[in-house]
Design a protein around this ligand. Sequence first.
Ligand code: ASP
Ligand code: MG
Length: 456
Amino acid sequence: MKKIVVKFGGSNLKSNEDLNRVLNVVKTYNRPLVIVVSAFYGVTNYLEEGIQKVQQSINHIDEIGNFIRNLKKEAIESHIHGKNLQDEVSKTIDARLEELGNCLKGIHYIGDVPDFLEDKVLSFGEKLSSLLLTAILKHNGFDAEEKLPEHIGLTTFGESKNASIDFKTSQNSVQKALGENKIYVVPGFYGISPKGRIALLGRGGSDYSAASFAKLINAESLDIWKDVDGYLSSDPKLVDNPKKISNLSYKEAAELSYYGAKILHPRTVEPLMEASIPIRIFNITRDNPTLTPLSIINHETNITNSVIKSVTYSDNFSVLRLSGPGVGIKPGILRRLTTLMDNHDINIISIVTTGTCINLYLEDIDLKEATLLVEEGDFHAIASITPLDSKSIVAIVGEGIMTNYGFVYRMLQAVTEEGINAEIISGGASDVAAYIVVETVERDRAIRVIHREFFN
Ligand code: ASP
Ligand code: MG
């Protein structure tokens, strides 16, 4: 029997009530699973801050240990009965916290934070979740076992922060390690570099971990539990009565994540599309969660009446506009620009060129440095450099958007009638997504009118 990979994120791991819900869900499945967990809500950020504090004073190590111990204490007391058993679980948590403490001591005494050590410290958030959840499951009668990526050969390319899973190298050992008919609990967010060190998969990366495990064991599905009702036609904080989206294609889900929808990490779809493993989204906060998904993502392309499935956005990006006669057709200039940015770890989100302009889409935090680099970069063809900050992308996504016509026009018309300037317009680069760039202050209004245009 194939297994299902089930992922519980930080928002499912906030309180005792959340743990009750997780237990209930596992009971409902009533079958062997691979459960991938995130850190308890806020713990990764807490550890990140801790790394900074520990450099100043060694006293913070105990503070961090106590904070996490307290977080787990309540869970242990209400889910594990009997003093002896509680003590036993507390001891295993203490042992893991001691390991964390040793890493933090290392950082304090070196007075620096090598990448590999930062990755290791941040991985403890997930590793404490998996340890505790395994203990609670066992205590509740489940045949559960914790497996750590470092013990089962979940190998990555690349060393740290944003590593990718090396599926070929990992496959045999991971399959073997997760092969029995029981419930395995694995921490998400990291794998092991070729040098044997902990390598993070990027912030929010436990969705990607879960997708990778699903691919590696050829799971029946990847089930992601959230605290919202799956995919909606837009952000419920911005529009009235957004529609629920019950079916999405892999491409639609990938574009929605790319353009800012928070349901899935942008890398989740990548491992599963090729393997044709469906992703199913559930809401754990519903009164009686059933195993009927709210949204399901697979190869099927369901073109709805509105064609557009969702209007989404992403903020915090800037455009660096480089103008000059013929700049868009000078051979080699794009290569030089991208190499320059890459050498300084600046991520280019997108490039849009015309005959006289090159527009680099960057994250806001990189704009200043990128502007300086181009200014000092001796680019003869570039006559003027214009940094434009605080922009938002508002995107419409849906299969059929480019094979049927008029959608980009309708999006533009909606914002224009509202007096909002679409500074850049893009359609056709993907066959399921189109977008406009607006000032961030106009973003909410733009979303409302575009949503109204397609859904009311
Ligand atoms: N705990 C990690 C983070 O906060 C990974 C995750 O939650 O997906 O980034
Ligand atoms: Mg997440």
